[in-house]
Design a binder for this molecule. Structure first.
Ligand SMILES: Cc1cc2nc3c(=O)[nH]c(=O)nc-3n(C[C@H](O)[C@H](O)[C@H](O)COP(=O)(O)OP(=O)(O)OC[C@H]3O[C@@H](n4cnc5c(N)ncnc54)[C@H](O)[C@@H]3O)c2cc1C
Length: 371
């Protein structure tokens, strides 16, 4: 293969964001991916491009920028935005306190805090009986990741001339030479975006961080015909998990209450996200179990807890599970993402939280800022 300006290892959203950002800067770009198509976290997620609730600072800023870039790129690529916005429904008065406090922060500026009865008028699908309040955020987008990611790769290839080399595992990288089982690629610069592959070629530049992995359980359910979510839905448990809310002083008493009332859900790292697909099905999750090598076994009891939280938040008559899967992402770094620059021609870029779909485009721009 001819030498390229930028060689990206990994075809997940972080690798594709690096490839797009490099191509927009006029670079000749190639992507090397060990699988024959992307099957990692980037196609297993909710496709939920979230701004509200992200950690204040880099993560929130990158999410805002990425949201704008998703809006720009989606119509060009042919990716449908399936719904926009987010409802966070507070059942407990202490959860309402968190939402109200959040709405008064800079990050909450464009969000609307309201009583549950008012939310019921705007979003009749929410189960507002017994709820106290809700927050509506206008920022969010929802795409179907399992089709959006291949579409994005195809568009990068056709529109920007990015070369894709599928089915090549990168074994090592040294001074612009990238070794695979099938031969060598050469590049002026290499961006290593390995996702969960922390013990592969990225190990020398990540080992000191002691990153771990988080495994999530996910489901797709089929609701009754005609059921519509007007926006993504989250609920009380999200307010002690998502850093943008959890860092508020009001989140501590809520956490205490949740520890008393729903210890099994907290133990399984459960919080609710529900988003809808074009065929009406709903993707719902998730749980969080951390381990350096995650268990491959999904637990039915955890799925049942997730479904219970879904039915508590949303007025569903039918909730047939039609698909289950697990996904994994790296974890264990306080900044949600790591950019390592071991040499002038090499960058290792890893999202260390469940935020890559929401932040990758902004993150890639940050990588190129001083590269
Ligand atoms: C279940 C689940 C739900 C999530 N929900 C959301 C959400 O709704 N919103 C959100 O913002 N984020 C979400 N996330 C997080 C988000 O999906 C990840 O942060 C993001 O996908 C990470 O992208 P990535 O490109 O780093 O990793 P990946 O998608 O895992 O891609 C890495 C790629 O690198 C390749 N690779 C690794 N090593 C090599 C090698 N040596 N040679 C060649 N190729 C290699 C892998 O094969 C893989 O294709 C979720 C994650 C999970 C698991």
């Amino acid at each position: 293969m001819d030498k390229v300006d930028l060689l990206v290892v990994g075809s997940g959203i972080v690798g594709l964001a690096m490839a797009w950002t490099g191509a927009r800067r006029g670079l000749k770009v190639a992507v090397v991916e060990r699988d024959h198509r992307c099957v990692g976290a980037s196609i297993r997620n909710f496709g939920f491009i979230t701004v509200t609730g992200q950690r204040e600072g880099h993560t929130w800023r990158r999410a805002m920028r990425s949201r704008d870039l998703w809006n720009e790129v989606a119509p060009q690529v042919g990716i449908d935005v399936l719904h926009r916005g987010l409802w966070v429904l507070a059942r407990r008065p202490l959860a309402a306190d968190v939402l109200q406090a959040f709405s008064q922060t800079d990050m909450g500026r464009d969000c609307r805090f309201m009583q549950a009865d008012d939310a019921a008028i705007e979003a009749p699908e929410l189960r507002t009986e017994g709820a106290t309040a809700a927050l509506y955020s206008p920022h969010e987008l929802r795409v179907e990741s399992r089709t959006a990611i291949p579409l994005l790769a195809h568009w990068l290839s056709c529109r920007h001339g990015v070369q894709f080399h599928w089915g090549h595992t990168v074994l090592g990288i040294e001074e612009g030479r990238v070794h695979t089982g099938a031969g060598e690629f050469t590049a002026d610069r290499v961006a290593l975006c390995p996702g969960t592959e922390l013990t592969g070629p990225a190990l020398p530049w990540l080992a000191d961080l002691n990153l771990s992995l988080t495994r999530l359980q996910m489901m797709r359910i089929r609701p009754e015909a005609g059921f519509r979510l007007s926006a993504a839905v989250m609920a009380d448990l999200s307010l002690v998990r998502y850093a943008g809310y959890a860092a508020l002083p009001q989140a501590a008493p809520l956490l205490n209450q949740l520890q008393q009332e729903v210890p099994a859900s907290l133990e399984a790292g459960i919080h609710l996200i529900a988003v809808q697909s074009a065929d009406g099905s709903i993707v719902v999750g998730d749980s969080h179990h951390d381990d350096r090598t995650p268990e491959p076994f999904a637990q039915e009891a955890v799925d049942r807890l997730i479904l219970g939280h879904l039915q508590e938040a949303v007025r569903l008559k039918s909730c047939e599970v039609v698909e289950r899967w697990t996904g994994v992402y790296p974890t264990g770094h306080s900044e949600d993402a790591v950019i390592r620059a071991p040499s002038p021609d090499l960058r290792a870029v890893v999202v260390t939280s469940g935020t890559g779909a929401s932040t990758a485009f902004g993150l890639a721009e940050d990588v190129f800022m001083d590269w």
